[in-house]
Each structure stands twice: as structure tokens, then as C-alpha cells.
Design a protein around this ligand. Structure first.
Ligand SMILES: Cc1cc2nc3c(=O)[nH]c(=O)nc-3n(C[C@H](O)[C@H](O)[C@H](O)COP(=O)(O)O)c2cc1C
Length: 449
């Protein structure tokens, strides 16, 4: 029997370093309806040159400062590409959006990043505590930019504060709003609170489409999130790293789920932790414990010299980065906790063919001259939750250049063919193509002088 529920828009969520050009293409080719870029800070984007790259058939936005590629876009993804910007300023974000608007489908503002550097600068999750600033940013965009605008938020510890914040954002005329249903202090730990997404959608004063985000790791999760919250779309981050084909898997699964089946609560609901009312989740205690971060803000730390405060803040930043990479398995170790959670949720879904997906990803990365460091990082993310692929994970982490990576994943023949056809690819792998080009240009000018 066919499900009568409409399939929500399935989106690849923004992920720093993961959502660069090759991973976005991979997700798109496996059924994602929209693909988000990694967060790009507006200030970085206003200092770029837009270059049509004939070698790669892409548009490259290249930093004027260090000639690195800030964003690479191909024709195939343009109609579905959401560019996520990080900002704390309405003027700079409008400037950045104007630069990019003809090459993307829409623009999203990051109001969810919990990192110290972001909060400290009044960006990311810092913005949900500064509703007037957040409103002015979205208002400036909807008034000055011709493509759809959206934002992605984290929730606040009090449900009523989240409702009020969303209502204020809604008043700016944005197209939709995505909710990562955790508070800032939770980072990506514990269970996402789907209950708050449901409450937001049931709130009669909130009428804009809501995209749900947090803990969608399988077809089963997607069906349950849609059924429970009635969201308009789902943003998938870590679930898409574990299985970049999750989008088509969800679509395949959808028609096999009967309406009756999706309507009834199972006797023992495997999702009960996601559905707990917010006030039962001990968030206040967590907020209290985590105020450490606030405490280390240089301007609020009394009795410290400027230098001492700066040192403290740097130390905090380093620690938060270290904690994050340990938690996410980017420190060369597989992420066992996440692997366990995902395993319990994949029952009945398509088998994840991760090695062939890694090969497919790597081929795109080679073909489009993706930076080696970025390619390795993303492959690490794709493999870190597959306990059975520990060996491949180790091989990927030992590779020191693109040639070794191709060998590690048995696509060396493809690598050799591509590089023989276009030797220039090698300078793209090291992200030195535009640097070298610039150096030659400068030398030529000097010679002429
Ligand atoms: C590696 C990584 C990088 C991320 N980078 C961003 C980002 O650039 N912008 C953003 O809004 N969220 C970012 N996030 C958060 C995700 O978009 C998402 O909100 C979070 O992981 C919860 O969704 P999930 O349970 O599907 O992973 C990142 C998450 C991960 C794991």
C-alpha cells in the first residue's frame, strides 16, 4: 500500500569541510532535493574573484587574499544549491549574497553554529540570543536579494523563547526555517528534541515551512520525523556522511510504508527520547554547567589583563576544537558511539554500500580537482561510523596525497587516466593552481617593467 504522506524535501545539511563540491554532487546524484554548502563567512566571500574554470567546467570563487578556492560550483547543482553564510552584519551579508546570487538557488543564514569563535563574534548560535540583530540580517537580505532566503537555528532552553524567535524571523519574509532541535550547549550530543519541532509546527502563529534537523540516520527515522512533526523538509548531516545514498533510500522506502503503519505508535516507541517534553530534558542544568564558555569571553572576564583574557579565550577555542574532533571521530579514530546508534536504526532499510560510495565520491573529487586535504577529511567522515570498514578507514587516513588515496580505495586506474589527460589536476589537488597562476602573472608584469 502506498503511503499517503507526502515525502518531505530531503536536504543535505550544511557541514563545514564535508559539504564542498564533490560531496554535494554525490548527495545530489543519490536523490537529495537540496544541497547546502558548508558555512562560508560573509567577509570571506566579499573578497573573492569569480572565475569561469574551463578545465573543470565549474565556477570558482577564489580568495583575493591567498588565492585559495572558497567555493566551487558546477552547473548540475545550481538549481538545488543553497549557499549557507555565516554573518553578524546586515551590510556585509548583503554584499556577499549579491556576489553569489546568480549561481545558487537560495541563501541560508547559519544561526546554529555552537563553536566558541562563532558565538564570540555574535554569529551562529549567538544570533538566537540576539533576535534584533538576527532580524535585521534577514530583513536586509529579503529586501535586497532576489532569491529565496532562509535560516537554520538551534532551539533555546525555553520553548516559548524558541517560538518568539521564530515568529520574529518569520516576519522578515524568509522562505523557510530549519531547526536543529538541540540547544547550543548540547553540541551534537544526546538526543535531538523532535518534540519542540512538533510544537513549533503546531503553533498557530507560526506559518512558514519548517525543515527538521537532528538525528535522521535511516529511512525509518525519516518516516517517523515526518509523521510525528509534519515538517516540510528534513536536513540530514551525519546520516548523509554514513550513507550518502540515504536520500534515495528514504524515497524507495516511502512507498513501502503503509499509512496505517505510520499512523500507529509502536508498543515500545524507539523514539521516546526524541519525544520527551523539553522541560523534562534537564537543559537548565546543562546551560548552567556550560556557562564556562561565556565566562571566558575576554570582555566579561573581570580582573584580567587583555593579554591574559586573550590567552584564556585561545585556550578555550583549542579545547573546544579538540573536544569536537574527538567526539566526531576526526582525530583518526572511528566514532563508535554514533556507529552503535546508527546500527539500531537501519533495520529494514537498504544496505549501505559505503565502499562503492567512497569510490564514487573519490572519482568526483579527482575529476573536479578537489583539494586532497578536504577529500581525506570527507572520506574519514564517510567511513568513521562503519565498524566493518576499519581497514579502509586506516588506509584512507594513511594516504598522503591524491595518488595514494586513489590506491587506498582502488580507483588508481581512474586517477592515472584523469591525470594523464589533464596533468593540471595535480595543482588543483594541492589548491595551488591559482597561486601559481598569480605568481606567473606577477613575474610577467615585473619583467615588462
Ligand atoms: C562535520 C560537521 C560540520 C557541520 N557544519 C555546519 C555548518 O557549516 N553549518 C551549520 O549550520 N551546521 C553545521 N553542522 C551541523 C549540522 O548541519 C546539523 O545541524 C547537525 O549535525 C545535526 O544534524 P544530524 O543529526 O543530521 O547530524 C555541522 C555538523 C557536522 C557533523
Amino acid at each position: 500500500m502506498e503511503s499517503t504522506q507526502e515525502i518531505p524535501k530531503l536536504c543535505l545539511a550544511p557541514m563545514v569541510r564535508v559539504c564542498t563540491h564533490p560531496f554535494r554532487l554525490l548527495a545530489l546524484r543519490h536523490g537529495a532535493d537540496f544541497i547546502y554548502t558548508e558555512e562560508i563567512i560573509d567577509k570571506k566571500l566579499i573578497d573573492v574573484e569569480r572565475i569561469v574554470n574551463e578545465d573543470l567546467k565549474t565556477i570558482d570563487y577564489v580568495s583575493n587574499k591567498d588565492k585559495s578556492v572558497v567555493l566551487r560550483i558546477s552547473e548540475e547543482e545550481k538549481p538545488k544549491l543553497v549557499c549557507q553564510l555565516g554573518t553578524n552584519n546586515p551590510e556585509t551579508v548583503v554584499k556577499a549574497a549579491k556576489i553569489i546570487q546568480n549561481d545558487v538557488h537560495s541563501i541560508d543564514i547559519n544561526m546554529g553554529c555552537p563553536e566558541f569563535f562563532s558565538i564570540h563574534a555574535g554569529m551562529g548560535a549567538g544570533l538566537v540570543k540576539l533576535p534584533e540583530k538576527a532580524r535585521s540580517i534577514l530583513q536586509a537580505l529579503t529586501e535586497n536579494i532576489d532569491i529565496p532566503i532562509s535560516c537554520k537555528i538551534r532551539i533555546l532552553p525555553e520553548a516559548t523563547d524558541t517560538f518568539e524567535f521564530i515568529k520574529t524571523m518569520q516576519s522578515t519574509g524568509i522562505e523557510h526555517l530549519s531547526i536543529h532541535s538541540r540547544i547550543r550547549e548540547e553540541l551534537s550530543k544526546g538526543f535531538a528534541h523532535w518534540s519542540i519541532i512538533r510544537e513549533v509546527i503546531q503553533n498557530k502563529d507560526i506559518t512558514i515551512p519548517i525543515r527538521a534537523n537532528g538525528d535522521c540516520f535511516s529511512c525509518n527515522d525519516a518516516v517517523e520525523i515526518k509523521r510525528y512533526t509534519s515538517c516540510d523538509g528534513i536536513l540530514i548531516a551525519r546520516g548523509a556522511c554514513h550513507n550518502p545514498a540515504i536520500f534515495n533510500d528514504i524515497k524507495d522506502h516511502w512507498t513501502t510504508v503503509s499509512h496505517e503503519e505510520t499512523k500507529e505508535e509502536p508498543a515500545e516507541d524507539p523514539y521516546q527520547e526524541h519525544k520527551k517534553p523539553l522541560h523534562e530534558c534537564g537543559l537548565d542544568k546543562l546551560v548552567e554547567e556550560e556557562t564556562k564558555l561565556e565566562e571566558f569571553k575576554p570582555e566579561v572576564k573581570e580582573g584580567m589583563s587583555k593579554n591574559q583574557a586573550k590567552k584564556r579565550a585561545k585556550k578555550m577555542l583549542k579545547k573546544s576544537k579538540k573536544d569536537n574532533s574527538a567526539q566526531n571521530g576526526t582525530d583518526g579514530k572511528q566514532s563508535k558511539t554514533l556507529a552503535r546508534i546508527i546500527e539500531t536504526r537501519n533495520h529494514g532499510c537498504n544496505k549501505v554500500e559505503i565502499l562503492s560510495l567512497c569510490q564514487e565520491y573519490l572519482k568526483i573529487a579527482i575529476e573536479y580537482g578537489n583539494r586532497f586535504g578536504n577529500t581525506k577529511y570527507t572520506l574519514n567522515y564517510m567511513l568513521r561510523t562503519h565498524k566493518k570498514e576499519e581497514e579502509a578507514f586506516q588506509r584512507v587516513n594513511s594516504a598522503r596525497n591524491m595518488k595514494e588515496m586513489a590506491k587506498a580505495l582502488s580507483v588508481d586506474e581512474f586517477y592515472t587516466e584523469q591525470v594523464a589527460e589533464r596533468p593540471v589536476l595535480i595543482s588543483y589537488f594541492t589548491d595551488t593552481f591559482y597561486k601559481k597562476k598569480n605568481k606567473l602573472k606577477r613575474q610577467k608584469i615585473e619583467e615588462e617593467e
